[in-house]
Design a protein around this ligand. Structure first.
Ligand SMILES: [Zn+2]
Length: 129
């Protein structure tokens, strides 16, 4: 089985991984969040009995912003998002599938990175009391 040698946040939107078999891939953090495997996001079902329905990702501040990635043993990482969602555990197998599925091309990476740099909005509020 292949395992990641490196997991690196490229910038606020992108995550890069390098694997023991030489595979490298960069994806949007948004896609990692959307494929969160936890019971809350995927719903709970045992046999044919549904205990809870999958909950779609609702947009709110920090929802796609990664706070922490913590290795669990040598088989998975746990993701903690800025809005507090922290129940997702990504096994190496799942992580690899996600990085295969959403892998960005170099031009997509460049586009996302340059869009980010061009956006230099500075919000200033003058409060007159
Ligand atoms: Zn989740």
């Amino acid at each position: 089985m292949t395992n990641p040698l490196e997991v690196k946040k490229v910038n606020e939107f992108l995550l890069f991984t390098k694997w023991s078999d030489g595979f490298e891939s960069t994806i949007k953090l948004e896609d990692l969040r959307k494929d969160c495997p936890c019971a809350e996001c995927t719903g709970e079902k045992i046999g044919d009995i549904i205990y809870s329905k999958p909950k779609p990702v609702r947009f709110e501040p920090g929802v796609y912003e990664i706070k922490e990635l913590t290795p669990i043993g040598n088989y998975a990482i746990a993701a903690k998002w800025a809005n507090g969602h922290d129940t997702g555990i990504y096994t190496w197998e799942l992580l690899r599938k996600i990085f295969d599925k959403y892998s960005l091309t170099q031009s997509e990476i460049n586009e996302i990175t340059s869009t980010k740099k061009k956006d230099k909005r500075n919000i200033n509020l003058n409060v007159i009391s």
